[in-house]
Design a protein around this ligand. Sequence first.
Ligand code: NAD
Length: 271
Amino acid sequence: MTPPFRVAVVGCAGRMGRMNLTTIHATEGCVIAGGSDQPGSPAVGADIGSLIGVDPLGVTVTDDPVELFARADAVIDFTTPEATRRHAGLAAQAEVVYVVGTTGLTPEDQAVIDQAAIQTVVVQSANMSLGVNLLQILTEQVAKALDADYDIEIVEMHHRHKVDSPSGTALMLGQAAAAGRGVNLDDVACKARDGQVGARPRGEIGFATLRGGDVPGEHSVIFAAEGERLELSHKAGSRGIFAKGALKAALWGRGRHPGLYSMRDVLGLAD
Ligand code: NAD
């Protein structure tokens, strides 16, 4: 009999952490190897079952990621950029499949993840859902088909607790639009407008950010020209879609060669 696939969750007391635990618990062939949260978190020392509303599982939340990585086949990380930098190094040492969903990463954070991917399998995406990965492909195709007479604006809305802006997904969609147009996003992005900013420059890719309530994530890419407007949209109804994608990525990564992969690879959508 194949032994169960042991999946650990770092940041397991967070919104996505709990959803990841629930998804692993409900998936045949997978077991929760354990979970960590930051030192001082009230969850540390609690039985993991209590975090997801099931009977005790006999595994407690730790604040020591080193011992956690040692007993896992895969680790799922939706935490903060600072924590992710540390986790990426540990994943490389332990050679576990490392799935990263954390957003708001700086180029320095990304370099640490890229380095880890030399030693182990890393799957990283700012959005783990099938729908958004399809939206990314559609955005690139539409941007390629339309010229700069079509102004591109990306609108996103998330819950009031989200700390980074624009969302990682909005930036990922911006990258797709820029790639379709054959331009560099950093050269054409406008991430905020306030006051007398003047007329919209041709070719700009604009971002608008809404925050409020408990919205898990909504994104629209708008192509607006004189006389017509094309809009591509995705609405996440629950965080379950991201957790399902993250676990799919962990299972997909089992036995693969070290490298940096995306959800497009996992979903078979890569070129
Ligand atoms: P959250 O604040 O609810 O959860 C983060 C958790 O990480 C908290 O429990 C926090 O205590 C913990 N944490 C912080 N530092 C830690 C450390 N050093 N060690 C262990 N745990 C630590 O946030 P969230 O809404 O769950 O989102 C987390 C991240 O995931 C954000 O960057 C968000 O943008 C991203 N996200 C990505 C996707 C995707 O599909 N890629 C989807 C949703 C959210």
